[in-house]
Design a protein around this ligand. Structure first.
Ligand SMILES: Cc1cc2nc3c(=O)[nH]c(=O)nc-3n(C[C@H](O)[C@H](O)[C@H](O)COP(=O)(O)OP(=O)(O)OC[C@H]3O[C@@H](n4cnc5c(N)ncnc54)[C@H](O)[C@@H]3O)c2cc1C
Length: 395
């Protein structure tokens, strides 16, 4: 197996390293200074073609040809130098790719640059109290104003990550109550800072208040902020979810997490326990399998080939391995986890720091489509098995 990237990629790596040595020297700075320094660095890195490669220059990107090997080299070198990559979150992972694929010129001009620059922060307005796995059951209502220029929105969204910080939302609303379930939905963008919208934080078991629920009471958004055709929002939402699952399923970071688990076994003096060693070896097998599968996907992408059903498995595999690690960490850390009921981020540095990871692993297996739904997708689209009976009955 040849795991090298080839001479061209290595020469390119040299260029990226030289750039980072010269351009990324954060040193000791005050918080506000560091923020400005990072923004300046991102602009510089974009100018060199290292960041926002898929985004056209006219919207603030560097507009580079698709080259997965170069993109990977950049990621590796930026991570090694601990240099900031693109502004992350829903905006870059979901809104921008969706607008590039399905948005109007006006929408691209209005939203992409400000999202790239971090001014617009996006919440994902999909889930509702009665619509999660069965997303097409959304009931939040969109009705056209009398002059046909504005959507008037009434209803509720829930589990919005980063909801308290979000300035905007991409959302699914029911606009055709009499159409077939999947055909009556429209995909809208909306400004969240307006009188018809109330948001409330939801505290998670980790202590964090990152989630939010939103109430829409005659909230408004212009018809020109509708993405795709009226009633076709379900199909636009598939674009967004594809990007969300790809970002959740990436193998980056899993190896580091495993190293920390081994460290925890050492710290707690359990590393010599044969049962713990057996568990570590078992989990390491999954971690390596996931890593090599990601290499396989990477090779297919570099060769312009379709990887087939294996790409459907990445999100499920990653979250399952994360959960396995969390279970072992829970066993290793034991009572230390009971020591500090403090808010997230304020916990100590001992084994108790695993608490967020352990609790968070449950959330990861639900976010972006719960594990059983992923299994259905793999079975139906990957293996060609018959459709889920519940879903069959609906369509
Ligand atoms: C960390 C996190 C972040 C999130 N962020 C957002 C966000 O920003 N925006 C947003 O809109 N939503 C967000 N969500 C919500 C998430 O998309 C939903 O929780 C998820 O789709 C599941 O929906 P539900 O909670 O209603 O559970 P349900 O749909 O009620 O599912 C409950 C259980 O039943 C199983 N199940 C349901 N239907 C089937 C079936 N047909 N076959 C087999 N099993 C089935 C599921 O697998 C699950 O185990 C987030 C959730 C989490 C945990």
């Amino acid at each position: 197996m040849d795991l090298s990237y080839g001479d061209d990629a290595e020469a390119f790596r040299g260029e990226v390293k030289a750039f980072l040595n010269a351009a990324w020297q954060p040193g000791e700075r005050r918080r506000d200074e560091l923020k400005a320094y990072i923004a300046e660095f991102r602009t510089n890195a974009t100018g060199h073609g290292y960041l926002y490669r898929s985004v056209p220059k006219r919207y603030g990107g560097s507009e580079q040809p698709v080259d997965v090997i170069r993109a990977q080299v950049i990621r590796e070198e930026f991570q090694r130098a601990r240099a900031p990559m693109e502004v992350g979150g829903n905006g870059m992972n979901m809104t921008v790719p969706t607008l590039l694929e399905k948005g109007t010129e006006e929408q691209k001009e209005l939203f992409i640059r400000k999202t790239v620059e971090g001014e617009y922060i996006w919440g994902q307005g999909y889930s509702e109290p009665g619509a999660g796995s069965d997303l097409a059951a959304v009931r939040t209502k969109g009705e056209l104003s009398a002059d046909g220029s504005t959507w008037i929105i009434n209803g509720q969204k829930i589990w919005t990550s980063q909801g308290m910080q979000s300035t905007h939302m991409f959302m699914l609303v029911r606009t055709e109550p009499n159409a077939a379930k999947h055909d009556g939905i429209t995909y809208l963008l909306i400004d969240l800072n307006q009188p018809g919208i109330t948001r409330r934080p939801i505290r998670q078991m980790t202590g964090e208040g990152g989630f939010c629920e939103f109430f829409f009471d005659n909230a408004q958004t212009p018809v020109s902020w509708q993405v795709g055709e009226r009633g076709q929002g379900w199909y636009v939402s598939r674009t967004t979810l594809k990007h969300e699952r790809a970002s959740i399923g990436s193998a980056d970071g899993l190896g580091n997490q495993f190293d920390k688990l081994v460290e925890l076994a050492r710290e707690t003096g359990r590393i010599a326990d044969p049962v713990v060693r057996h568990e570590l070896a078992r989990i390491e097998g999954f971690v390596m399998a996931h890593r090599y599968t990601s290499f396989r996907l990477f090779s297919c992408a570099a060769a312009g080939e379709d990887p087939g059903p294996v790409s459907l498995m990445m999100k499920l595999a990653l979250t399952e391995i994360g959960h396995e690690m969390a279970l072992l960490a829970q066993d290793l850390a034991g009572e230390a986890l009971l020591r500090e009921p403090a808010a997230a981020g304020t916990r100590g540095r001992g084994p108790e720091k695993w608490l967020d990871q352990i609790m968070g692993s449950l959330g990861n297996s639900i976010a972006g489509g719960a594990s059983n739904i992923q299994r259905n997708i793999i079975a139906e689209r990957g293996l060609g098995l018959p459709r889920d009976l519940a879903m069959q009955a609906e369509r």
